[in-house]
Design a protein around this ligand. Structure first.
Ligand SMILES: NC(=O)c1ccc[n+]([C@@H]2O[C@H](COP(=O)([O-])OP(=O)(O)OC[C@H]3O[C@@H](n4cnc5c(N)ncnc54)[C@H](O)[C@@H]3O)[C@@H](O)[C@H]2O)c1
Ligand SMILES: O=C(O)C[C@H](O)C(=O)O
Ligand SMILES: [Mg+2]
Length: 571
C-alpha cells in the first residue's frame, strides 16, 4: 500500500518497508517515529542531523506528549493537540490513546467532537478523509481513488451527510469530523488498521443558515439537495464504493431521520452496510436494558416503554427491544408487544393519522382509541407528562436532542408508580442529555437505573456510589466492524446485531448496588474483541461469512492492529 511505504495491513503487526528517505519519512505520520528512530535506522533512512541526537522510545515519547496534552486547559485545545499529533505520528497517537482511553475518548469523540464539528471551518488545518460534493458526482470515483488505497486495502468506510449530527443537527461539511472520530474509535477500540479506513462526507449542501452566511464556511453554499437528485447521488456513491472496495463495510452515521431508514432499507440486503444510529445504538441500549431489567426483577416483556424522541435511534431501540420481547416473552402476540411502546416526537405522541410520520414510525403510532378517557392538556399534542401520567411507564428512553426534557416533575411522576424506574437520557452531546444522572438519582431518592449517551461522573447518593454506564454505540460498532472484517462478511444481518447486543450484555455484572449497567469505556478493547467474535460467529451461522472461522478467537485477535512501532526496513 502507499507509494511511500509497504506494509501488510491485514495482520496486527508486520514490517514497515519504507521507500522514502530524509524529511519525507518524517512528514508521513505512518512512517515517522521521530526521536524513537534508532541511530542505525537514522543512517539507513537518511535522517542524520534532522532531529536532536538523543534516542528515545515509545514509552518516553508517550509521557512527553501526555504532558503536552495536559497543558491544555480546554477540551477543544486537547482535541486540537491530539489531532496535530495524529498528523505527525500515528502510532504515537494511538499508543497515547490506548494508555488513557477513558480520559481521552471524551476528547476525540463525544462530547468534544460536537464542538469540533461546529468549529470545523474555523479550526481547519489539514484535510483528512474524502469530501464528495453533490454538485460534482462525476468526481466520486476519482476522489475515492485519490485517497490512495487499493481494492483490498479497505475494511471500513464511515460516511455521513451531516444532516443529523449527534443532537446538534445539520453541520454541513463539518460532519467529516464525526466520520474521522468514529474511525479513530474503531482503531483505538478494535484495532482496525488506521490505513484500512476512509472517512467520507457527502456534501449535499446545508440548511444551517449560520453556516451558509459564514464567510469561512468550507462546504457547498446552497440549501440541502433532496429528492431524486439526493437518491441518485447516494446510489452513485454506494455503487462506486462497492465496485472500488468490495470488502469494505459501509457505516452510515448521523444521516437525517428522513433518509436514515430509507438508505438502510435500500442497501442492507444488497451490500455490506449498517446504520450506527439505528442499529449500533439499538444493540448497546438493549444490553443496558437487559442489565437494568435484571435489577428490577420484572421480565422485559412486562415493561412499558416510553420512547421520547422516536426518530432514527429511538425507533431502532424500540425495534430491537420488541424483537427481544417476542423472543423471550411467554405468550405475547406481536400486537400486545407493540402496545407496550409509546413513541413521542416533537409533535407529541404519535398517532396513526399523523401525516408527518415517516413509514418506519407508522407501525408504532397509537390509535386515538388508545388514549380515550385520558385527561390531557391538549389532545392534539399529547406531551411526555401526559403519557407518563396515563401510561405509568417503567422504562423511559430519551433520544430527542432536547436537553433537560426529563424534568423533576415528570421523573417523580414516573417514580411514584414504579420501584426502580429505568431512565436513559441518551441524547448527545452533554448539553442535549434529557437529564443528568445526578438529578435523576436525587429526584428518585437513588432508585432510578440510569444510563447516558455522553460520559458522566459517578453519583454518590445515600451512601451508594452509582457508576453511570455510557450507553453509547461506541461499545458496539468497533466490534461489529472487526467481526465483519475478520470473517469478511458480505452483509450485516439482524442476527449479527442481536449477537453483538447479547455479547455485550453478557459482560455486565450488576450484583453490587449502584453498579454500572454496561462495561466501562476503559475496557473497550476487551469489549470490542468479545463483540467481534460473537459477530463473526453469527455471520458464519447465517451463511454470510466469506472466510472460514476455524478459530474465531485467534482470527479476531490476529487481525487487531497494535499501536507499537513495527520493524522497519529501507527499500
Ligand atoms: N447514546 C447513543 O449511542 C446515541 C446513538 C444515536 C443517537 N443518539 C442521540 O439521540 C438523539 C437523536 O438522534 P437521532 O439520530 O435519532 O435523531 P433523529 O432526528 O432521527 O430523531 C430525533 C427525534 O426526536 C424528536 N424530537 C426532536 N425535538 C423534540 C422535542 N423537543 N420533544 C420531543 N421530541 C423531539 C424528533 O421528532 C425525532 O423523532 C441525538 O441527540 C443523538 O446524539 C445517541
Ligand atoms: O456519536 C455518538 O456519540 C453516538 C451517536 O452516534 C450519536 O449520534 O449521538
Ligand atoms: Mg450518531
Amino acid at each position: 500500500m502507499g507509494r511511500e511505504y509497504d506494509q501488510d495491513t491485514t495482520v496486527g503487526s508486520s514490517t514497515l518497508r519504507i521507500r522514502t528517505r530524509g524529511r519525507a519519512v518524517l512528514s508521513n505520520p505512518m512512517t515517522n517515529r521521530g526521536t524513537a528512530f534508532t541511530l542505525a535506522e537514522r543512517e539507513l533512512l537518511e535522517l542524520d542531523g534532522l532531529m536532536p541526537t538523543g534516542e528515545t522510545n515509545l514509552e518516553n515519547q508517550t509521557r512527553r506528549v501526555y504532558e503536552q496534552y495536559r497543558a491544555n486547559k480546554s477540551m477543544l485545545g486537547k482535541f486540537l493537540t491530539l489531532n496535530a499529533l495524529r498528523d505527525r505520528n500515528e502510532v504515537l497517537f494511538y499508543h497515547l490513546l490506548a494508555e488513557h482511553l477513558e480520559e481521552m475518548l471524551p476528547v476525540i469523540y463525544t462530547p468534544t467532537i460536537g464542538e469540533a464539528i461546529e468549529r470545523f471551518s474555523h479550526d481547519y488545518n489539514r484535510p483528512r478523509g474524502v469530501f464528495l460534493s453533490i454538485d460534482r458526482p462525476d468526481k466520486i470515483e476519482q476522489s475515492l481513488l485519490n485517497y490512495g488505497l487499493r481494492a483490498d486495502d479497505v475494511d471500513l468506510i464511515c460516511v455521513t451527510d451531516s444532516e443529523g449530527i449527534l443532537g446538534i443537527g445539520d453541520q454541513g461539511i463539518g460532519g467529516i469530523q464525526i466520520a474521522i472520530g468514529k474511525l479513530s474509535v474503531y482503531t483505538a477500540a478494535a484495532g482496525i488498521h488506521p490505513r484500512r479506513v476512509i472517512p467520507v462526507v457527502l456534501d449535499v449542501g446545508t440548511d444551517n443558515l449560520g453556516l451558509l452566511s459564514n464567510d469561512l464556511y468550507l462546504g457547498e453554499r446552497h440549501s440541502r439537495v433532496r429528492g431524486q437528485r439526493y437518491d441518485d447521488f447516494i446510489e452513485l456513491f454506494v455503487s462506486t464504493v462497492t465496485r472500488l472496495f468490495p470488502q469494505a463495510l459501509i457505516h452510515w452515521e448521523d444521516v437525517g431521520t428522513a433518509n436514515a431508514y430509507r438508505i438502510l432499507d435500500a442497501y442492507k440486503d444488497k451490500v455490506c452496510t449498517f446504520n450506527d444510529d439505528i442499529q449500533g445504538t439499538a444493540a448497546v441500549v438493549l444490553a443496558a436494558l437487559l442489565a437494568a431489567v435484571d435489577v428490577t426483577g420484572v421480565d422485559l416483556g412486562e415493561h412499558r416503554v416510553v420512547v421520547f424522541g422516536a426518530g432514527s435511534a429511538g425507533m431502532g431501540i424500540a425495534g430491537l427491544v420488541r424483537d427481544e420481547m417476542l423472543r423471550t416473552g411467554s405468550s405475547q402476540t406481536e400486537e400486545e408487544v407493540y402496545s407496550r411502546f409509546w413513541p413521542i416526537g416533537i409533535q407529541g405522541l404519535y398517532f396513526v393519522d399523523d401525516h408527518r410520520l415517516h413509514s418506519f414510525q407508522k407501525p408504532w403510532a397509537r390509535r386515538r382509541l388508545d388514549v380515550a378517557g385520558w385527561d390531557v392538556k391538549d389532545p392534539d399534542a399529547i406531551g411526555l407528562m401526559d403519557v407518563v401520567r396515563n401510561v405509568r411507564p417503567t422504562i423511559l428512553i430519551g433520544t430527542s436532542t432536547k436537553g433537560g426534557a426529563f424534568t423533576r416533575e415528570i421523573v417523580q411522576e414516573m417514580a411514584e408508580h414504579c420501584t426502580r424506574p429505568i431512565i436513559f437520557p441518551l441524547s448527545n452531546p452533554t448539553s442535549r442529555a434529557e437529564a443528568t444522572p445526578a438529578d435523576l438519582l436525587e429526584w428518585t431518592d437513588g432508585r432510578a437505573l440510569v444510563a447516558s449517551g455522553s460520559p458522566f461522573d459517578p453519583v454518590d447518593h445515600g451512601g451508594v456510589r452509582h457508576t453511570i454506564a455510557q450507553s453509547n454505540n461506541a461499545l458496539i460498532f468497533p466490534g461489529l466492524g472487526l467481526g465483519v472484517a475478520a470473517c469478511r462478511a458480505s452483509r450485516v444481518t439482524e442476527g449479527m446485531i442481536a449477537a453483538a447486543a447479547n455479547a455485550l450484555a453478557g459482560m455486565v455484572n450488576t450484583w453490587r448496588p449502584g453498579a454500572r449497567l454496561l462495561p466501562s469505556m476503559s475496557d473497550l478493547r476487551l469489549v470490542s474483541a468479545t463483540v467481534a467474535i460473537a459477530v463473526a460467529r453469527a455471520a458464519t451461522q447465517e451463511g454470510v461469512a466469506q472466510l472460514p472461522m476455524t478459530d474465531p478467537i485467534q482470527q479476531v485477535y490476529d487481525r487487531m492492529w497494535q499501536p507499537n512501532y513495527p520493524d522497519v526496513e529501507a527499500i
